[in-house]
Write a protein that binds this ligand. Sequence first.
Ligand SMILES: Nc1nc2c(ncn2[C@H]2C[C@H](O)[C@@H](COP(=O)(O)OP(=O)(O)OP(=O)(O)O)O2)c(=O)[nH]1
Length: 201
Amino acid sequence: MRSDQFRPPIILASTSSIRRQLLSRLNVPFDVISPEIDESPFERENAQTLSCRLAEQKAATISAQFPHALVIGSDQVVWIESEPHIFIGKPLTAARAYEQLRILSGKLVHFETAVNVQCQQLNINRTELIRFLVHFRNLSAVEIQRYVAFDQPFNSAGSIKAESLGISLFEAMHGEDFTALMGLPLIKLSQMLREVGWQVP
Ligand SMILES: Nc1nc2c(ncn2[C@H]2C[C@H](O)[C@@H](COP(=O)(O)OP(=O)(O)OP(=O)(O)O)O2)c(=O)[nH]1
């Protein structure tokens, strides 16, 4: 699509404040509408399939109501290298954040972040999955307590805010896009938006 053609309005299908902050970095106008979907995994569903399916479902829920809009959905699934069928969600409380970080201490942890962009009217529907790997340090109980009290990562899958003090919990990290670790892969999303005619930058 040429960049001077009709550009559908953008809707971010999310309840996540960090996703809203991240999308704002791309300097495109957008609205935010929360999708109410069941995020439970299917029987024997792996992390990559789950992440892509939920990102698509979130966007589809909003796209059905606004077929003319370009809807963005995203989902992140976190799992430990040694236990691929146990998914780590958002802790929601300090106690569960503390518990999660005790489990993640010293482990190799995968953050699978999918992003879906769809527009019914323009017959667009594309999903990309960006993987990010974090090797957590061996964390003491006191370090975990101090961290949880400081960052209060209750709405972050895996109980970390990597852009904040969470980075001090890492031994190493590997991935092509740090914003994918934070919850919305902006390098890939920028490319997807350009391909449907949005000028980013
Ligand atoms: N601030 C921050 N948030 C993170 C980080 N890593 C993950 N998150 C957040 C992004 C998402 O809001 C959340 C991952 O959970 P979900 O993918 O289920 O999204 P959530 O339910 O929060 O929002 P949504 O499904 O989009 O309405 O964790 C991080 O390093 N920093």
